[in-house]
Design a protein around this ligand. Structure first.
Ligand code: SAM
Length: 216
């Protein structure tokens, strides 16, 4: 467990924002309790890193609310053996959580400035099972496929067909689907090559910009 000046805030975040709202995955709770979220936000916002909401990270983008990170990660049902594709690296915080719960992670971000700073933070945090790509993640990463899990941390108008194609049989995609301003969080499971959708509730994400997302 990381001991730092934010440890009390972090443990309160896990207890009051995540466990109290019904997340019971003890591996996930322990990882969120041990991951220094304050390192993934701009330094002038570090005192607010454990607040119950998203925060700006520059370039008009956000680090997601801690509960949303927990809900999306829990929905992936990670056992520790999976190869995961993450679309939307952002600050790298969600990436750090995935890296501690899965075997390996490929993460893609369209904004090179964010990708560069996330890479530095993750390397300094000792994360070594991640590979970084810059570009439009809505088309997936064909040369790294197939993936056991795919998480999209930006809102899409629908499930991008290349992502479903790059998903293994039995695999799971977690993605916010809807309009630019409001979406449903959806878990898509590949069963005998077909989509099964479970709706997990309403959410609000920045848009996925790209070929299978929204126009810039
Ligand atoms: N999970 C991130 C975190 O923990 O900080 C938050 C991600 S933020 C809500 C969404 C990110 O998706 C933004 O950084 C944005 O630039 C990125 N994004 C949007 N469209 C994208 C695309 N087509 N491919 C890759 N990244 C994209």
């Amino acid at each position: 467990m990381v001991k730092d000046q934010f440890a009390v805030k972090r443990h309160r975040m896990v207890a009051e924002q995540i466990r109290a709202r019904g997340i019971r995955d003890e591996r996930l709770l322990a990882v969120m309790g041990g991951t220094p979220r304050h390192l993934f936000v701009p330094s002038n916002l570090s005192a607010r890193a454990y607040d119950d909401g998203p925060l700006p990270i520059g370039d008009g983008q956000t680090i997601s609310q801690p509960y949303i990170v927990a809900e999306m990660t829990a929905a992936l049902r990670l056992a520790g053996t999976e190869k995961v594709l993450e679309i939307g690296t952002g600050s790298g915080y969600q990436t750090a959580i995935l890296c501690r719960l899965a075997k390996e992670v490929v993460t893609v971000e369209r904004l090179s400035t964010l990708q560069a700073s996330a890479e530095i933070t993750l390397r300094e945090s000792g994360v070594d099972n991640v590979r970084f790509r810059t570009g439009d993640g809505s088309t997936g990463i064909p040369d790294e496929a197939p993936f056991d899990r795919i998480i999209v941390t930006a809102a899409a108008p629908g499930v991008p067909p290349p992502l479903f194609e790059q998903l293994s049989e039995g695999g799971i995609i977690v993605i916010p689907i809807g309009g630019r301003w409001e979406q449903d969080l959806v878990r898509v499971t590949k069963e005998s090559g077909k989509e099964r959708k479970d709706f997990l509730g309403g959410c609000r994400f920045v848009p996925l910009i790209g070929e299978f997302g929204f126009p810039d």
